[in-house]
Design a protein around this ligand. Structure first.
Ligand code: PBG
Ligand code: ZN
Length: 321
């Protein structure tokens, strides 16, 4: 008889053979910054997650610092939205102002800037719209301007989440041309058109005003195509590649991470967070155990970086273990 249970006899034996660990160093925490004054506004579908104005942001930065989390992903919500999302590439826009503030206070905190137009456009689409179609190449020009503007403000990582074709190559060369040769690109490479983004769109005020995102985000059913998207972003110069969302797409992450020797990120998105929070509030699940189990699964599937709204809580729980 094979006695697998020998290695399960007690915690010390189990930890000796444990294959996967989650570390605080793996976690990246998303934050929302909204234009205006004296705002701290809880996102109703994401308990514990707030939209802060820059003047109130220090409270959140303090929490991040004391948690020991070393990287954040920033989303800005401008007061003014227009057809071409011009606040996205305004050097004095809300996101740029927030990044400058953060880097001045905490120069070593890694700041990733999400690059996409949907929080900045009046129609809520991730690109420029002509006759109800999203214009790929015109959008890319704006994403390049946005990336350079974020890099100028002090972002360490540019994270394009728009799913236009060819944007990684274009952004790399725009950054290089401006001298930003050491700015990292973390590409949302396999980003699926998912129902799990619902709460985020409330938080970022970015729901599309007509239609959906299916002409640019990936069909949930497609695994092979996800590998082609990832391969293309690697060829175009991405430093980190991402699969998003996490839990329903761990098969993609596993296959991709076995195929490509790259640092993989996975985005544990807003809907995944909301489900855990809702069930935990009802007392139906043990939040801490569920979150740590999910994160372990993400790492086991091949993630190095886990982008998660649970990051600050998880940092605490990981210390207690
Ligand atoms: C912007 C963007 C989205 C998310 C990250 N960047 C929303 C979307 O594509 O509609 C989703 C994050 C989340 O749900 O937590 N394109
Ligand atoms: Zn978008």
């Amino acid at each position: 008889m094979k006695r697998f249970r020998r290695l399960r006899t007690n915690e010390n034996m189990r930890s000796l053979v444990r294959e996967t660990y989650v570390s605080k160093n793996d976690l990246m925490y998303p934050i929302f910054v909204i234009e205006g004054n004296n705002i701290k506004d809880e996102v109703s579908s994401m308990p514990g997650i707030y939209r802060y104005s820059v003047d109130r942001l220090d409270e959140e930065l303090e929490r991040i610092k004391s948690s020991g989390i070393r990287s954040i992903l920033i989303f800005g919500i401008p007061a003014h939205k227009d057809e071409k999302g011009s606040e996205a590439y305004n050097d004095n826009g809300v996101t740029q102002t927030a990044i400058r503030h953060i880097k001045k206070k905490y120069p070593r905190l890694i700041v990733a800037a999400d690059v996409c137009l949907c929080e900045y456009t009046s129609h809520g689409h991730c690109g420029v719209v002509h006759d109800s179609c999203i214009d790929n190449d015109e959008t890319i020009e704006l994403l390049c301007k946005m990336s350079v503007s974020m890099a100028k403000a002090g972002a360490d990582i540019i994270a394009p989440s728009d799913m236009m074709d060819g944007r990684v190559e274009a952004i790399r060369s725009a950054l290089d041309k401006e001298g930003f040769i050491n700015i990292v690109i973390m590409a949302y490479s396999a980003k699926f058109s998912s129902a799990y983004y619902g709460p985020f769109r409330e938080a970022a005020d970015s729901a599309p005003q007509f239609g959906d995102r299916k002409s640019y985000q990936m069909d949930v059913a497609n695994g092979n195509e996800a590998l082609r998207e990832i391969e293309t972003d690697i060829e175009e110069g991405a430093d980190i590649v991402m699969v998003k969302p996490a839990l329903a797409f761990l098969d993609i992450l596993k296959e991709a991470s076995l195929t490509y020797n790259m640092p993989f990120a996975v985005y544990n998105v807003s809907g995944e967070y909301a489900m855990v929070k809702a069930a935990a509030e009802k007392g139906w699940i043990d939040e801490k155990k569920i979150v740590l189990e999910n994160m372990t699964a993400m790492k086991r599937a091949g993630a190095k970086i886990i982008i998660t709204y649970h990051a600050l809580d998880a940092a605490k729980w990981l210390e207690e273990q």
